[in-house]
Design a protein around this ligand. Structure first.
Ligand code: F6P
Length: 549
């Protein structure tokens, strides 16, 4: 196979030349010259609407970026994903999270083996547990019904389910309260467990590997807490279930196979909320709503696999990102959901994007000569406007952003929802248009300040604008809409990984810190002294001084 280096393709060079022109464009002028710009650069898919007209692009940009995607063999890689090929090549694994939301009994295989029967069997197993808990038929020791569920997991075994539960569980709806225990900070353990009644609490230990230290420590602490109240060890069967691909380790921990929900090595942790990793979601919202969430994801998959590149929502979002990140050298990408339910979406996307594409080595082991995964950050609107938006409006950096807005709220209250929408959309307009010197001068004159003051204030009142944004518009935050939105971002990340020529599905970088933490921990426990730099040594010495035994 010849070595593919995207940087050496003619279309990459063409994009560099095109970028030199585009760097001088102002989006105000693009809109003025092209009144039908919205119609040209917006589309609908899987119930979501995307307006990407407020970007520093024209038709040529899109055509060139689509050629880049072709040069990177994106269509072939999409087929490889679908075929269950080992696209996670450093671990020789498929990345087949799309199978988890596939409705039919067949359609996906891994190494010639059909996976849909296993996927559906686990979904049925989930349904039995979810229905029993929600109907009050699943009982804790002493015969009490379950009122609280604690999801014990970290990373992909926490962020996805936590975000979806926050988004979709209405406080007044029936179903258990769901809590999340991820960190090994004893404070979190204390806060989650205090106030819970052991007789009415169900723990879900979620760990694909079942070797993750944080999760194991928390699961052990939960077991100790339960057994301090329960009559005997038989209570574990009523209060603990596990989700894992390491069934042997689950059994060794003391959770029986009947209480264990399988997942597979062809699903990455950050892509796993669609599997039994989403059990806390299903318990919170019910299995029918969980099915609707899967259906939304599947509708986006259908679109992704079938739409032409230039009309393909995940592809276009991915290409916009490549345009800014690699050619404009924007280092970050902001995500601003103007939807309270999506307040944890930026954290989920941080893991999804940064753990997937935070890579510097290409598929042949070569060091890539361009920037890859951006720093993902953001928070919920309108709060963001009163927090960090100043920097977007008048700072020195180019910061592309996604705005996510809903037209309707599931809990209407006066004009709240319209104000929320108005603010989100107005920000995209302000960021795009900016405020010229002339506009600022006129405003100052009209405000009645004297000329000298106006002159002094003028530079501070100018907004450069030209900050790009995508607006994703949802009718309302329903399970199906959220499913489509998450699948959209998953595919966007994949598209970018393919174009940069990296493996989006491994995460070797997180291992090193874990190894060193074990060595430091051994020292804290007085088991020898390791060789450290002066800073680490100093910190350990401070720890010895301050640690209360
Ligand atoms: O942080 C590294 C990581 O491997 C993530 O990719 C994963 O989501 C998380 O740890 C938890 O892993 P597990 O589900 O195996 O406990």
């Amino acid at each position: 196979m010849s070595r593919y280096v995207i940087q050496h393709t003619p279309v990459w060079q063409a994009l560099i030349r095109h970028h030199r022109e585009a760097a001088d464009w102002h989006m105000r002028d693009l809109f003025a010259r092209q009144p039908d710009r919205f119609a040209r650069f917006s589309l609908t898919a899987a119930g979501l609407r995307l307006d990407y007209s407020k970007n520093r692009i024209n038709e040529e940009t899109i055509a060139l970026l689509c050629q880049l995607a072709q040069a990177a063999r994106l269509p072939q890689q999409m087929q490889a994903m679908r075929a269950g090929a080992p696209i996670n090549y450093s671990e020789q694994r498929a990345a087949l999270h799309v199978a988890l939301r596939h409705p039919e009994q067949e359609g996906y295989t891994v190494v010639g083996q059909a996976v849909m029967p296993q996927v559906h069997a686990v979904r049925e197993q989930m349904r039995v547990l979810v229905d029993a808990v929600r109907a009050g038929q699943w009982r804790g020791y002493g015969g009490a019904t379950i009122t609280d569920v604690v999801n014990i997991g970290i990373g992909g075994s926490d962020l996805g389910p936590r975000m979806v539960v926050e988004a979709l569980q209405a406080p007044e709806a029936p179903g258990p309260r769901v809590h999340f225990l991820s960190n090994i900070d004893p404070e979190q353990l204390h806060r989650v467990l205090s106030g819970l009644n052991p007789a009415r609490t169900l723990f879900i230990v979620v760990s694909k590997s079942f070797t993750t230290l944080e999760t194991r420590l928390n699961a052990e602490a939960a077991r100790t807490w339960l057994l301090a109240a329960a009559p005997d060890e038989s209570a574990i069967a009523q209060h603990f279930v596990a989700v894992s691909s390491n069934l042997t380790a689950v059994q060794a921990f003391g959770i029986a196979p009947a209480q264990t929900f399988a997942m597979w090595d062809w699903v990455g942790g950050r892509y796993s909320v669609w599997s039994a990793v989403g059990l806390s979601v299903a318990l919170a919202i019910g299995m029918d709503a969980f099915d609707a969430f899967l259906a939304g994801g599947h509708a986006m998959d259908d679109h992704f696999f079938n739409a032409p590149l230039a009309e393909n929502m995940p592809v276009l979002l991915g290409l916009m990102g490549i345009w800014y990140n690699t050619f404009f050298k924007a280092h970050t990408h902001a995500v601003m959901p103007y939807v309270h339910g999506l307040r944890s979406l930026p954290a989920h996307l941080q893991q999804l994007d940064m753990e997937s594409n935070g890579k510097r080595i290409g598929s042949h082991g070569e060091r890539l000569g361009f920037d890859t995964g951006p720093i993902i950050w953001g928070d919920v609107g309108v709060n963001v406007q009163h927090a960090f938006f100043q920097l977007l409006h008048q700072g020195t950096r180019l910061i592309p952003a996604d705005f996510i807005v809903c037209v309707n709220s599931l809990h209407e209250h006066g004009l709240h929802q319209d104000h929320l929408f108005a603010n989100g959309v107005a920000q995209t307009e302000a960021l795009m248009r900016g405020k010229t010197r002339e506009e600022a001068r006129l405003e100052l004159q009209q405000s009645g300040v004297d000329d000298a003051t106006a002159q002094r204030l003028l530079p501070h009142k100018v907004f450069p604008g030209n900050q790009p944004s995508n607006t994703l518009l949802l009718d309302a935050l329903t399970p199906a809409a959220l499913g489509a939105l998450l699948a959209l971002y998953e595919h966007k990340v994949f598209v970018q990984g393919v174009i940069w020529g990296i493996n989006s599905f491994d995460q070797w970088g997180v291992e090193y810190g874990k190894q060193l933490a074990q060595a430091v921990m051994a020292e804290l426990q007085g088991q020898g002294e390791g060789e450290h730099d002066a800073s680490t040594q100093g910190l350990l010495a401070w720890h010895r001084q301050l640690r209360q035994s």
